[in-house]
Design a protein around this ligand. Sequence first.
Ligand SMILES: NC(=O)C1=CN([C@@H]2O[C@H](COP(=O)(O)OP(=O)(O)OC[C@H]3O[C@@H](n4cnc5c(N)ncnc54)[C@H](OP(=O)(O)O)[C@@H]3O)[C@@H](O)[C@H]2O)C=CC1
Ligand SMILES: O=C(O)C(=O)CO
Length: 316
Amino acid sequence: MKVLANDGISKSGILALEKGGFEVITTKVAQEQVANFVNENNVDVVLVRSATKVRKDIIDACPGLKIIGRGGVGMDNIDVDYAKSKGIHVINTPASSSESVAELVFGHLFSGVRFLHDSNRNMPLEGDSNFDGLKKAYANGVELRGKTLGIVGIGRIGQATAKMALGLGMKVIAADSFIPSVDIKVEFFDGQSITTTIVSQSLESLFKEADFITLHVPAQDGYIIGEKELAIMKDGVGIVNCARGGVIDEVALVKALDSGKVAFAGLDVFESEPKPEMAILMHTKISLTPHIGAATGEAQDRIGTELASQIITLLS
Ligand SMILES: NC(=O)C1=CN([C@@H]2O[C@H](COP(=O)(O)OP(=O)(O)OC[C@H]3O[C@@H](n4cnc5c(N)ncnc54)[C@H](OP(=O)(O)O)[C@@H]3O)[C@@H](O)[C@H]2O)C=CC1
Ligand SMILES: O=C(O)C(=O)CO
C-alpha cells in the first residue's frame, strides 16, 4: 500500500509505516496535481499538514483513496464530512502538538512584553551610535507574572497554555463554548503539584478582565475578536493568535495597535495564508511566525508515529 505524505512526515513516522509494510512517498505534489498523482501511482493514503487542501474535487477524482490523514489538529483544509460520506477514513492527531503550540504562545507573549521582535530588527549594525536610543525605546517592558491571561478555548492547547501561565505566576481565566470548568494540575520536578480549577466565563467578561488574551479555538464562521470586542478590552492589552486566521479581524487589530488600545499582538496564523497582508507583516507591534505552532521535532515525531499507528490499524 502507498502513502503520499504531501506536506512531509517525520522520519519516525516513515519508519513506522515502512515497518507496517507501507511505501511512503514524500515528493511534494502541487495542489492541482494531487488527484492525478494519487490515481497514477495508486496511492491509498494521503497525508497533509495545513498546506495541501483535500476538498470535494480531489475526493471525487480519487475513488481509490482509503484514508485522508491530517498531521495535526485543525481539519479545516479537508472536506471531512464529504470524505466520510464516500467511505474514506479521515484521521488527525489531536493531542500531539498541544505543548509545542502553548510554548509558542509564550514565545509571542515574552516577545510582546519586551519588544523582542522589534528590537531584533533594529539592533545597530555599525558601531553603537544608536544603542542608547534603542535602550530607551524598549525601556517600558512589563512582567507576565501577576497579570491575567484570558484563554479563549480551554481545550487541549488552552489547558497546556494555562499550565505554563500558572507556572509563571499568572492568573488564568477562560471562556469556552463547550467546557464549563477544568482542573489544571501543575507538576513540579520534586513531585509536588498544585491543582487550580478554572471555571469558564463569558467572552465579554474575559475581554474586560484580561491583560493578555490568547485564542485556542478551531476555525470559525465569523470573528471572535473584531472592533466591538477590542473596544471593551483593557487599554494596553496584548493578544496572541496561534489558532486560525479569521478568528481575529486583522483590519480592526491593526487599527487598535495603531491607536495604542492594543499594546502588541503575536500572530502565528493569518486571515490570508500563506500571504499575510503587508499591514500585518510590516507592523512594529506584531510578533510574527509562519504557522509553526506544531513545528518542533518532538511534536512532529508524535504526529508521525500516531498517524502511522492509526493507518496500520485501519488498513491491516
Ligand atoms: N498554530 C498552529 O500551528 C496550530 C493551531 N492549532 C489550532 O488550535 C485549535 C485548538 O486546538 P485544541 O486545543 O487541540 O482543540 P480542542 O478541541 O481541544 O479545544 C478547542 C476548544 O475551544 C472551544 N471553542 C470552539 N469555538 C469556540 C468559541 N467560539 N468560543 C469559545 N470556545 C470555543 C471548543 O468547544 P467545541 O468542542 O464546542 O467546539 C473546545 O472546547 C485547532 O482547532 C487548530 O485550529 C492546533 C495546532 C497547531
Ligand atoms: O495542527 C494544526 O491544526 C496546525 O495548524 C498545525 O499544522
